[in-house]
Design a protein around this ligand. Structure first.
Ligand code: CA
Length: 224
């Protein structure tokens, strides 16, 4: 998963990053509020970890602006010990959870996993992902476009699901391999390109609009 950490205490920020990298997440770091907000508004994070007290712009304001811009990434707030008002305000501005400093790394990881599960459940309630006229039906494990059922292999399905869960976001080959192939040691460096080609043949060729887009030098995205 792709995680943003906005924390001005450098030692804590680097420690958090190291712990999350060990859990095979990809991590971006911002040391002040303005940079944190700019990154958060790119809407490319599965979880955003926000310290409350930050230079330039505090964590509460970042969260408020994210929600105002309809950025729905789950937010975990880091608050100072005893700052009850921070917690209440944090939840009021749209944070999903908070953690009081100092905290154990196990606790942080547990909270992050809980946020990811909660986010996945939101998708599961509908059991469908859609981009334009392409529908991925999770319950029936099938894709449909323009009313036509498209047969997908397990890997093609997993790749399409990952792209659609992050519709509109550019995903790097590394992110895609981490998410779809995980610990599969047989994954070749060009495996992503090969499978994108397979997917295009099935869901884009023969349709007037192509949904899978190549972003040169970066990776791929799916969008209407
Ligand atoms: Ca701080």
């Amino acid at each position: 998963m792709h995680i943003l950490i906005v924390e001005d205490e450098q030692r804590l920020a680097f420690l958090l990053r190291r712990v999350l990298l060990e859990e095979r997440h990809t991590v971006d770091l911002a040391h002040d509020g303005q940079r944190g907000l700019d990154l958060a508004l790119s809407d490319s994070y599965d979880v955003v970890i926000l310290d409350v007290m930050l230079p330039k712009l505090d964590g509460l304001e970042i969260c408020r602006q994210m929600r105002a811009e309809h950025i729905l990434s789950p937010v975990l707030m880091l608050t100072a010990r005893g700052a009850v008002e921070d917690r209440v305000t944090g939840l009021n501005v749209g944070a999903d959870d908070y953690l009081t400093k100092p905290f154990a790394m196990e606790e942080l990881l547990a909270r992050i996993n809980a946020l990811l599960r909660r986010r996945d459940r939101r998708f599961d309630e509908t059991n469908q992902l859609s981009v334009d006229d392409l529908i991925l039906d999770m319950a029936r494990h099938e894709a449909r476009r323009g009313g036509r059922i498209i047969e997908l292999t397990a890997k093609e399905f997993a790749l399409l699901e990952y792209l659609m869960r992050h519709a509109g976001q550019v995903l790097t080959r590394t992110q895609i391999i981490d998410a779809v192939w995980r610990y599969d040691m047989e994954a070749l460096s060009n495996v992503v390109d090969i499978y994108i080609h397979y997917l295009r043949e099935k869901i884009d060729y023969g349709f007037s609009r192509s949904l899978i887009k190549t972003v040169r030098g970066v990776g791929y995205k799916i969008e209407a």
